[in-house]
Design a protein around this ligand. Structure first.
Ligand SMILES: *[C@@H]1O[C@H](CO)[C@@H](O)[C@H](O)[C@H]1NC(C)=O
Ligand SMILES: *[C@@H]1O[C@H](CO)[C@@H](O)[C@H](O)[C@H]1NC(C)=O
Ligand SMILES: *[C@@H]1O[C@H](CO)[C@@H](O)[C@H](O)[C@H]1NC(C)=O
Length: 661
């Protein structure tokens, strides 16, 4: 973190006549994120590295553009854009640059002090605290992270001239806080009674959004003698499970999923097809685990490895092996690689062992235009590369060094309330751009029902609580209307693979609810309106955003209970939307293969097609997603904020997508 630079002396400001322009509040923070305390006010002569993110052009037409290439009724369906078209369409306008530059000059910051990023996306300048406070009508305070002592400069709200609001995305450093990727969306494993040792609660129980989580993991890795010993969990005797569909209600293996969603084992690979799984260091797969899984469940891909793209000093670490470190990656890769075999799977392993990474780190690596260093990311919320921490990655940030696969599945997530709306909107727009280029983006919806990571809900003053009360805590990026959010189902205990599933209520509850940031997208409008009309929930605005104007999630669901996964040399049962997302991604990948083989495009953003044709999914009408001291929402006929439109029906999806241009 290089937020605060001590003043080196002269930055003499000449005060020009300030034109009277009405200032309006641009961003505001109500509370500090967990783990931070306010320290003293900053002295006026210290220097802040200011960055102004300029609004991109044509974002108001984004949904329209995306629908043009994604809506099944559009004559331009599947005519995806090139990266160049995307960059040119959304570049910041000269008008924005000029307007902001004039404002800075009138406030005493001369144009020669202001540097522009190549893409015109950002303006940079160094300012004294006094200058910044005057410019933004705010006060800057030092904050301390209680666990690590790490300092951070922030204000609680800031203002800009009203006429510039449409031109300015956000300004840093201001209200943003360092919130690296929480690992709380890890799949859960059922701890069975007697002979199982309780695992040391580490990553999965820590509060979401607290950066020390990642650091705790790192310390474990870099210091093997600190007393951490991986613990063994439930072992499954897989004799008798293989190739048997009778036990799918207790043990999910690949054939259970094929039976549930009616898709065959894949037989061919298409060179134009691709499927990506994203993992964040220090999470790592073990080749031995993949081998063991394949030997039992996918015998024609023995020893197969994923194609690995290492982003920003990433390593697939093997220093520490435990469920917390290997569970997610093993699960994702074992199932994805098996279900789409022989189609190769790309593993995007993101971030080094010191800083970790954020979703933006990954997005930079597949889209150079999102990167535009020193612009692009928000250094208060995203790691910076080269890594300033000792032992970190010393190379430059990866900007567009890798290409996006046709389908990308990620089983990690934030609480929407962890991050600022501006940051989320900016990232969400990037998912829109990837959709325009024909990529399907899938995120798991979360494992805590209507509660957030770690089962936490939002108490008075916006503070996260223990989850027994409070406001529902929706997840991001699931609330971004340009991703496909995947919830979890289970086979009804005792039932067979041919009977309807229900919402997952074993160990985990399907994440679902309504955004507090993103508006209801047009493609989802009828589904959400009908849900409110026919199944009004027994909650008020005190629990969730009940305006009927905000984005609901998840969009779809897939099985998330009792997965048999090889982890650290043993088969364990694993639970979570962490499983649902890569399985859904595998099914989309098989559909892409069929389309690519007959010379059509990938399916890209699938939500408009799914909502226009809800019959392509198996509607789930049983179960709920409890949380925050409530039963949560209930799965009902039609879309619901538990299982979305339902689970994939491969034959119907395939038939529909093959008829589209
Ligand atoms: C701000 O100051 C730092 C440290 O002196 C310098 O490296 C950087 O280039 C300056 N930035 C601008 C935009 O002038
Ligand atoms: C299947 O997994 C078991 C561990 O439960 C392992 O011992 C065995 O070698 C695997 N089967 C094959 C054919 O490799
Ligand atoms: C509810 O959602 C809408 C649309 O996303 C948003 O404008 C509004 O501020 C949200 N309400 C609350 C209380 O967060």
């Amino acid at each position: 973190m290089h937020i605060l630079i001590l003043a080196l002396g002269a930055l003499v400001t000449s005060t020009l006549a300030v034109p009277s322009s009405t200032y309006v509040r641009h961003e505001k923070r109500n509370n500090l994120p967990p783990g931070w305390v306010k320290d003293q006010r900053l002295s006026g002569h210290e220097i802040l590295p200011m960055r102004i993110g300029l609004a991109q052009s044509n974002l108001d037409k984004a949904e329209e553009y995306l629908m043009e290439v994604s809506h099944p009724d559009s004559p331009k369906y599947g005519q995806h854009w090139t990266a160049k078209q995307v960059a040119e369409t959304f570049a910041a306008s000269q008008e924005s640059v000029d307007g902001v530059t004039e404002w800075l000059e009138s406030s005493g910051i001369a144009p020669e002090r202001v540097r522009k990023s190549q893409s015109l996306g950002w303006l940079h300048f160094n300012a004294t605290v006094a200058e910044a406070e005057d410019l933004l009508k705010t006060e800057y305070y030092l904050h301390k992270h209680t666990a690590t002592g790490k300092p951070h400069v922030a204000c609680y709200e800031y203002h800009i001239p009203a006429h510039l609001q449409p031109h300015v995305d956000f300004i840093t450093p201001t209200v943003h806080f360092d919130t690296k990727i929480p690992q709380a969306a890890l799949p859960k494993r059922k701890i069975e009674d007697a002979n199982v040792e309780k695992r040391t609660p580490t990553l999965s129980t820590a509060a979401a959004g607290v950066p020390v989580q990642t650091k705790a993991a790192v310390n474990v890795i870099t210091n093997p003698n600190n007393g951490y010993h991986p613990k063994k969990g439930v072992d499954i005797n897989i004799k008798g499970i293989i190739a048997e569909l009778e036990n799918c209600d207790q043990f999910i293996v690949p054939d259970c999923l094929r039976a549930l969603y009616e898709f065959p084992p894949n037989i061919a690979a298409n060179s134009k097809n691709s499927y990506g799984i994203v993992e964040y260091t220090p999470e790592a797969y073990l080749q031995g685990d993949l081998n063991m899984f394949f030997a039992n469940f996918s015998t024609n891909q023995k020893q197969k490895t994923p194609t690995t793209d290492l982003v920003d000093g990433a390593v697939v670490q093997t220093q520490v092996e435990s469920f917390e470190y290997n569970g997610e990656s093993d699960l994702d890769l074992e199932y994805a690689m098996t279900l789409v075999n022989p189609q190769p799977v790309t593993l995007y392993q993101v971030g080094d062992l010191e800083e970790g990474a954020s979703f933006n780190t990954f997005l930079d690596s597949i889209d150079g235009s999102y990167c535009t260093y020193e612009g692009g990311d928000d250094p208060t919320q995203d790691p910076t590369y080269p890594d300033p921490l000792p032992g970190g990655y010393t190379g430059p940030e990866n900007c567009g060094g890798f290409s996006a696969t046709k389908v990308i599945s990620t089983s990690y997530g934030y609480n929407e309330a962890d991050l600022t709306p501006a940051y989320e909107i900016r990232q969400c727009n990037e998912y829109m751009k990837l959709g325009l280029q024909g990529t399907t983006i899938l995120y798991s919806s979360g494992d805590n029902g209507v509660a957030g990571n770690g089962g936490q809900c939002i108490g008075p003053g916006g503070v996260y609580n223990d989850g027994t009360s409070g406001m529902f805590n929706p997840g991001f990026p699931s609330t971004c209307p340009y991703v496909t959010s995947v919830g979890a189902t289970q086979i009804v205990p005792g039932a067979s693979v041919t009977q309807p599933e229900e919402a997952c209520e074993t160990v985990i509850y399907s994440g679902g609810g309504f955004s507090n940031v993103f508006a209801l997208p047009s493609y989802q409008s009828a589904a959400v309106k009908s849900w409110f009309a026919n199944h009004p929930p027994p909650y008020t605005a005190a629990q969730f955003n009940n305006t009927q104007k905000s984005r609901g999630f998840p969009d779809v669901a897939a099985n998330g209970a009792n997965y048999v996964v090889a982890i650290d040399g043993a088969f364990s049962l694993v639970y979570g939307t962490s499983a649902s997302a890569p399985v859904t991604g595998s099914i989309i990948t098989l559909i892409n293969e069929a389309r690519l083989t007959i010379g059509k495009s990938s399916v890209g953003f699938i939500n408009p097609t799914l909502y226009a044709n809800p019959g392509l999914l198996n509607d789930i009408t049983k179960g709920g997603n409890q949380g925050c001291g409530t039963p949560g929402f209930t799965a009902v006929q039609g879309w619901d904020p538990v299982t979305g439109l339902g689970t994939p029906n491969f034959p119907k999806l395939l038939a529909k997508f093959l008829t589209l241009p």
